[in-house]
Design a protein around this ligand. Structure first.
Ligand code: F0G
Length: 460
C-alpha cells in the first residue's frame, strides 16, 4: 500500500509501554470494559481521540516562551487574532478554553427554545448546549452519510438540501434559528462537506433569513479534501479555500485541539459585530477577559503558530494520506470500514465486522475491547452506546444509524509503523471474528447522551 513519509523528523520522544495480553485483560476487567476507564499509561497506541493529542513543533515550543501573560491586551492575543483572521477571513476573534466553551456561546446566541437547529450531524457539545436551551437539533446529513455500508462518495458530510427545504416549508423559516455545518463531519467518519454544499446551504438559508454557522474543528482537513476532490479547487491554496468556506457563514466555532495543533483551546470567530459583542460578554463571565478567554498567553502563542502549520499543504498531504494508508491496509484484509476514509480517523463498521452480534449487544464496543486486548490499541465506540438514546415516553432504547468503532489518528504523533501494528491486529481479530460474542451494559449514568464515558459492561 502507498504511504507518504512524514514531513518532519523526531527531536524528542515520549516513551510508550508494551504490555502483555494477560495484563490488558486484567485492566479491561477493572475498567468494566470501557476504554475511557483504562489508564493511559497502560495503552500502547492511543486512538481514542485526535483531540488535544497533537505533537507540537519546535516552532510552537519556542513560541511558548514568548507568551505574554498580561491580563488585558496581551501581545500574544494580537498574534493569535492575526493568525485567525488570515485563515478564517473574518474580523472578530474570541479565544475560549476549548471548543465546547465556544459551542456554549454559539448555542446561547443562535439556539432558541422550541426552534430547530439544522446540522449535517451535530457534535455532542453543540447539541447538548442547544438542547439544554430547549432547541430542537436535527441531523440532515445526506443519506449515504448515514449508511456505514454505502459506496464511497467524496462528500458524505454534506447537508441534504431537500430535507432542509422541507423543514422550512413545513415549519416555517421563523421556526429555524440556525444552520450549523460541522467540517469535517465527525460523527460519520470525518467526512468532508463540499464547497458547493456550503454555498447552496448558505444561499437557501439566506433567502429565509436563517443564520449559517460552521463548527470548524477540522477546517484544514475539510479544505484539503475540497482541494483534492472538488472540481475547480485543484489550484487554490488551502487558505484560499478556508476563506471561501467561511465567506458563506456568519460565525464559526473551533476546537483548537484538532487542526490548531495544540493541546488545549477554542475559538469563537464572527463577522457579525452585534453577535460578537454579546459573545465577548459571555466570554468574560465564563472564560476570562476577552484577550485571553481562559487560556494562558503561551497557549495563545502556540495556537497562532499551530493554525498556520495546520494549513500547510505538505503536512496535510501526509496527514490525510496516513489515515488513508490505515484504511487501505484494513480494506486489503477485508475489514469493513466507512469509505472513503475521512480526515481524522478510520471508522470500522461494527455491524459488518460482527454480523452475528446485534446492535443491542454493542458490536462496536466489543471491537474496541478486542483491539485493546489483542494489541494495547485504544479506539472509541461511536454506535449503540455513544449515540443510543431512549424514547421519551416509553423509555425504550433507540439505536443509531451509525454503528462504528473510530480509530482516531493523532496529528504528527504516530509513525507509519504504528499504523501497521493497528492494521495487523485488526486483521487478526477479523480472521477470528466468529469467536466473539456481544456485551451487556450493566451501568450507565443518569444522562443517556453522556453514558459512554462512564458506562460499565460485561462480556457474554
Ligand atoms: N466540535 C467537534 C466537531 C468536535 O469533534 C469536538 C470535540 C468539539 C466540537 C468540542 O471541542 O473537545 O475542544 O471542547 N471532539 C473530540 C472528539 C472530543 O474526540 O471527537 P472540545
Amino acid at each position: 500500500q502507498f504511504m507518504i513519509a512524514e514531513p518532519f523528523r523526531i527531536k524528542m520522544v515520549e516513551r510508550i509501554k508494551k504490555t502483555t495480553k494477560e495484563e490488558r485483560q486484567q485492566w479491561l476487567k477493572q475498567a468494566r470494559y470501557n476504554a475511557f476507564q483504562i489508564k493511559a499509561e497502560n495503552v500502547y497506541i492511543d486512538c481514542i481521540t485526535d483531540s488535544g493529542t497533537s505533537a507540537m513543533s519546535s516552532e510552537q515550543w519556542s513560541a511558548l516562551m514568548l507568551g505574554d501573560e498580561s491580563y488585558a491586551g496581551s501581545k500574544s492575543f494580537y498574534k493569535l487574532e492575526a493568525s485567525v483572521q488570515d485563515i478564517f477571513g473574518m474580523p472578530f476573534v474570541q479565544p475560549t478554553h476549548q471548543g465546547r466553551a465556544a459551542d456554549y456561546i454559539m448555542a446561547k446566541l443562535y439556539a432558541k427554545e422550541g426552534k430547530y437547529a439544522i446540522g449535517n450531524m451535530h457534535f455532542d457539545t453543540f447539541r447538548g448546549n442547544a438542547e439544554v436551551l430547549g432547541a430542537l437539533a436535527v441531523d440532515y446529513v445526506v443519506d449515504n452519510g448515514k449508511d456505514t455500508a454505502s459506496p464511497p462518495h467524496p462528500f458524505k458530510g454534506n447537508i441534504d438540501l431537500g430535507k432542509m427545504q422541507s423543514l422550512i416549508d413545513e415549519k416555517g423559516a421563523e421556526n429555524i434559528s440556525v444552520v450549523i455545518i460541522t467540517v469535517t463531519c465527525n460523527n460519520n467518519g470525518g467526512q468532508p462537506v463540499s464547497m458547493q454544499n456550503i454555498r447552496e446551504v448558505s444561499n437557501l438559508a439566506k433567502r429565509h433569513n436563517i443564520p449559517v454557522v460552521i463548527d470548524a474543528a477540522r477546517l484544514a482537513e475539510n479544505a484539503y479534501f475540497i482541494q483534492q476532490r472538488e472540481e475547480g479547487y485543484k489550484h487554490k491554496s488551502i487558505k484560499e479555500i478556508t476563506r471561501e468556506m467561511f465567506s458563506y457563514c456568519e460565525t464559526a466555532t473551533m476546537s483548537s485541539k484538532k487542526d490548531g495543533l495544540v493541546n488545549i483551546g477554542g475559538l469563537f470567530v464572527s463577522r457579525n459585530e452585534e453577535v460578537f459583542i454579546m459573545a465577548q460578554q459571555l466570554a468574560i463571565v465564563h472564560e476570562g477577559f476577552i484577550t485571553y478567554g481562559g487560556l494562558s498567553g503561551r497557549d495563545l502563542e502556540a495556537l497562532a503558530v499551530g493554525l498556520q502549520e495546520g494549513v500547510d499543504e505538505q503536512y496535510l498531504e501526509y496527514r490525510i494520506n496516513q489515515v488513508k494508508y490505515l484504511g487501505d491496509l484494513l480494506k486489503e484484509k477485508g475489514v469493513p470500514i466507512i469509505e472513503p476514509t475521512g480526515g481524522h480517523g478510520v471508522y470500522v463498521d461494527g455491524r459488518r465486522f460482527f454480523p452475528h452480534i446485534p446492535q443491542k449487544e454493542f458490536p462496536s464496543q466489543r471491537l474496541v475491547v478486542a483491539l485493546y486486548e489483542e494489541a494495547g490499541v485504544r479506539a472509541v465506540e461511536l454506535g449503540a452506546c455513544a449515540f443510543g438514546s431512549k424514547d421519551k415516553e416509553t423509555g425504550e432504547d433507540i439505536y443509531p444509524d451509525i454503528e462504528a468503532m473510530r480509530i482516531a489518528i493523532s496529528r504528527r504523533v504516530y509513525t507509519n509503523s504504528h499504523i501497521n501494528v493497528i492494521a495487523n491486529a485488526l486483521g487478526e481479530i477479523y480472521k477470528n471474528r466468529d469467536q466473539y460474542k456481544g456485551m451487556k451494559l450493566v451501568y450507565e449514568g443518569p444522562i443517556t447522551s453522556l453514558r459512554h464515558f462512564t458506562a460499565g459492561f460485561e462480556l457474554y
